[in-house]
Ligand binder design. Structure first.
Ligand SMILES: O=P(O)(O)OP(=O)(O)OP(=O)(O)OC[C@H]1O[C@@H](n2cnc3c(O)ncnc32)[C@H](O)[C@@H]1O
Ligand SMILES: [Mg+2]
Length: 241
């Protein structure tokens, strides 16, 4: 283990628990068990290491108040690395490190997914794979129908989204954060807003799906917002006004 890694989170490590927030623990509460020293992200250029347009929109909006100049992996022509880990943090680390090393810039990656309790947490880390078409491309209506068909016989409708955000620097340092939002799955899917599996998820205490909800409301309570709140508390400073 590297000398600077005593905190247990300094490398956002594969197979290591990241800083986590969910709707029970309270996002951005400034975690009591948070290690004292995490690398700060200096103002400047930041690669958003995702090829998913919906995520890019949401992550760019989260980063916007911090005065970073963001550029996406797609704009830089960076390839999509294979997501071979079995955890969200592990796969976000692969994506962030690949982009940071290729671009020579700090990079922020998101690995996320939809989990259904009665499916043992699936599709989970394999959420994108369930939407893959044999000939290439993705069909989320098909993926949502598959989830609903498998989960339908079970009385337990609980579901959740998870988002891991990993910041990586070209020297190989990483910082990882995880957020969750609990709720339930519904079928048929409802709403044209959002992306991916949003139309089949109703957050706890709500009535609308993420696909029906005002994007600003999703943004306030989502798994991505919760992960970002932890990242902000640990690694970002708002520019002085
Ligand atoms: O890997 P990158 O390039 O970032 O893009 P991706 O779409 O492949 O992203 P993931 O590998 O992290 O797979 C995440 C899957 O979970 C879905 N997903 C993640 N966050 C979501 C959200 O907020 N709302 C709906 N679906 C979401 C998303 O559509 C993908 O199918
Ligand atoms: Mg992916």
């Amino acid at each position: 283990m590297p000398a600077d890694d005593r905190s247990g989170a300094g490398r956002g490590g594969l197979n290591r628990p990241a800083n986590a927030a969910d709707d029970r623990s309270g996002a951005g509460r400034g975690g009591l068990d948070r290690p004292a020293r995490q690398r700060q992200l200096a103002p400047g250029r930041l690669v958003l290491a995702s090829h998913n347009a919906g995520k890019l929109r949401e992550v760019a909006a989260l980063v916007a108040p911090f005065g970073m100049q963001v550029v996406s992996a797609g704009e830089l022509g960076l390839p999509e690395p294979a997501e071979t880990e079995d955890s969200f943090i592990g796969n976000a680390t692969i994506k962030a490190l690949a982009a940071a090393r290729a671009a020579g810039l700090p990079a922020l990656a998101d690995d996320s997914g939809f989990s259904v309790a009665s499916l043992g947490g699936g599709p989970g880390v394999r959420t994108a794979d369930w939407a893959e078409l044999p000939g290439g491309g993705r069909d989320y209506a098909m993926a949502m129908a598959k989830v609903a068909a498998l989960a339908e016989p079970h009385a337990d409708r609980s579901a959740w989204f998870t988002c891991a955000l990993v910041l990586a620097w070209p020297d190989g340092h990483t910082e990882g954060f995880e957020g969750k939002v609990q709720g339930s799955w519904v079928a048929p899917p409802r709403g044209e807003r959002g992306f991916g599996y949003d139309p089949m998820f109703v957050p706890e205490g709500g009535a609308e799906t993420f696909g029906e909800m005002d994007p600003a409301e999703k943004h306030r309570i989502s798994h991505r917002a919760r992960a970002f709140a932890l990242l902000e508390a640990a690694c970002l400073a708002r520019p002085a006004r």
